[in-house]
Design a protein around this ligand. Structure first.
Ligand SMILES: Nc1nc2c(c(=O)[nH]1)N[C@H]1C(S)=C(S)[C@@H](COP(=O)(O)O)O[C@H]1N2
Ligand SMILES: [Mo]
Length: 555
């Protein structure tokens, strides 16, 4: 096979690999601050890959030829530099420049600070064409998978091809790559906010294209790598702490003995629309979600309430008690993801809380909690713990970082210095919100019969239903009610799906620009606040002010 063909074949592989590895997006400092996931001590099993052959014979030969210089250095007592260490005698290259050298004519790779021209090594690479995947890139993520490279000899061989230093700003830390190589494949249409952990929103025009969001387009919010679980061996333990501690373990098979339950529920991250608060008022900490951290699905499983009652939970004395949900994903310090809700809320039949195994008629995808997750409809999605491992009824809330130091409510004057997380109320429900999905801010829109069509979603937490969506074409002087509303027919108190809406806005002849404001009203007759200023908070949660955009008009 010619190198050209190899290249063509490997380009698609390479793209796949890149999307799973470090390159694209780094976790923002804010997120690291709040979730501490930058530590490298994850206890995941190292991935071993048996596919690549590595012939020490060939390496030996090449080494003998190429590392003469190094040996001489050692003999003369000169300090030998570690592989990838910075060398002041060599020029500096930007990653962009290195990236151009990804073909058989000129083939460069990087390793830590080092830039290497390994073009002449290509024909003798023991792993054959595999090396083409690393063209113009760091070889670290690849060597983290193909661990047989991590020997003195290979490092020395690499160093013999050294031509320069990688610019400091372009050096990416790959030491934890192996945690991420098993991440599931993701739909390319998702808008990636951070790659590790994977956080992505659904593009607005796809949000309104389906009432129930296809599983592969459902927004994804991870704090850690996705754990690998199996539905046949998975167990969930229910622990009831009530003076004595009793616990019961359930396989998924055993769980399926409870009456089957189906609920249509949108999940919305408490940080949805955070970017608007961030841009319109002042900076907040957190992933800069636009309006795409909400999606809608039909979930199947069994009611949490039924399982708790079966396990002997006292349904009368509920005040002051909590239900802690723990997932299988663990952070750098070995702590499992966990959060809790009040027991009262967990037992409320209207709450329709599920232990769900299916999403839109299919098993849960790994990204959404396979094989088991909680769905707490109408609550911020953080309470819907994925990869559910245990359920604990306790006098205490979850002690986890995610429960204690995040997803709590503060007023607009609280700062990171003055905010007291311990006394701030945890967010267990969601306020009414809406967003315009089509057109997008800045779009040029066509007029048809004197109208512009505007489409979006609206949603409210706690089982409230959307009653009305209003759009203003003149900064609030007049409001036009959306005429088409698509929603689930569940009654108020139990209404957990979102509403998709369409409004028709009249425009004048010759009008070039249109400002649009959208707000929704729910079945409690709560409506969105106008300004982000009044609801600003340090974490940028519950960012539900009017959605305001501006578009150009084409007649
Ligand atoms: N085990 C576990 N559950 C979790 C999370 C997580 O990181 N680990 N993230 C939570 C948050 S903050 C959100 S917004 C939702 C996102 O659910 P989705 O990825 O299925 O959209 O999952 C919640 N459940
Ligand atoms: Mo979230």
């Amino acid at each position: 096979m010619s190198l050209k063909n190899i290249l063509l074949r490997t380009i698609s592989q390479k793209n796949k690999f890149i999307s799973l590895t470090a390159s694209a997006v780094k976790v923002s400092n804010e997120e690291q601050y709040s979730h501490g996931q930058q530590n490298k001590n994850y206890s995941y099993k190292r991935r071993t890959v048996a596919t690549a052959l590595f012939s020490s014979v060939i390496v030996g030969t090449v080494l003998a030829e190429k590392s003469d210089k190094n040996k001489k250095k050692r003999k003369t007592g000169e300090k030998t530099l570690q592989a990838g260490e910075k060398r002041s005698d060599l020029p500096t290259f930007r990653a962009e420049e290195v990236g151009k050298h990804d073909n058989e004519e000129s083939f460069w790779v990087t390793y830590k600070n080092g830039v290497y021209d390994v073009t002449s090594f290509l024909p003798s690479h023991p792993g054959g064409e595999q090396i083409m995947n690393a063209g113009g890139l760091s070889i670290e993520p690849f060597w983290n998978v193909y661990g047989m490279h991590k020997t003195e000899e290979v490092y020395a061989l690499l160093e013999s091809f050294r031509i320069g230093n990688l610019h400091e700003d372009d050096i990416v830390d790959h030491t934890d790559d192996e945690l991420w190589v098993k991440e599931p494949a993701r739909d390319k249409r998702l808008i990636v906010k951070t790659a590790k952990p994977f956080n992505a929103e659904i593009p607005p025009k796809l949000q309104i294209a389906y009432f129930d969001t296809p599983n592969e387009l459902f927004y994804v919010r991870q704090h850690m790598p996705v754990p690998e679980l199996d539905q046949s061996s998975h167990r969930v333990t229910v622990i009831v702490k009530n003076g004595t501690v009793r616990s019961k373990e359930f396989s998924l098979q055993q769980l399926s003995m409870f009456p089957k339950a189906t609920v249509r529920a949108a999940l919305m991250c408490a940080g949805n629309r955070r970017s608007e608060m961030n841009e319109q008022v002042k900076p907040v900490k957190g992933i800069s979600w636009q309006g795409g951290a909400i999606s809608n699905a039909v979930w199947e499983g069994v009611y949490l309430r039924d399982v708790l009652v079966y396990c002997g939970v006292d349904t009368q004395n509920t005040v002051g008690k909590h239900v802690i949900f723990t997932g299988s994903d663990i952070d750098a310090t070995g702590v499992n993801f966990s959060t809790s809700i009040p027991l009262d809320q967990a037992l409320n039949p209207n709450g329709r809380i599920l232990l769900a195994t299916r999403m839109n008629g299919r098993p849960l995808p790994p990204d959404h909690g396979y094989p088991l997750r909680v769905i707490v409809p109408g609550a911020p999605a953080v309470r819907s713990v994925k990869w559910l491992e245990s359920i604990t009824v306790s006098h205490d809330e979850s002690s986890s970082h995610w429960h204690q130091k995040d997803y709590r409510s503060f007023n607009a004057s609280k700062t990171w210095e003055t905010a007291d997380f311990a006394s701030a109320p945890p967010i267990y429900s969601l306020p009414v919100t809406s967003a315009i999905c089509d057109p997008a801010h800045g779009d040029t829109v066509a007029v048809s019969n004197g109208f512009v069509e505007v489409r979006g979603y609206a949603y409210s937490g706690g089982g409230a239903k959307i009653l009305r969506v209003d759009v203003s074409p003149d900064c609030g002087k007049t409001w036009i009610q959306a005429e088409e509303m698509q929603s689930d027919d569940a009654p108020p108190q139990q209404h957990y799906g979102w509403t998709l809406w369409t409004a028709r806005i009249p425009v004048e002849r010759g009008q070039r620009e249109l400002k649009l404001w959208a707000k929704a009203t729910d079945s409690n007759f709560n409506t969105q606040p106008e300004r982000f200023e009044d609801i600003w908070n340090i974490r940028g949660v519950l960012s539900n002010a009017y959605h305001k955009i501006k578009v150009q008009i084409k007649h």
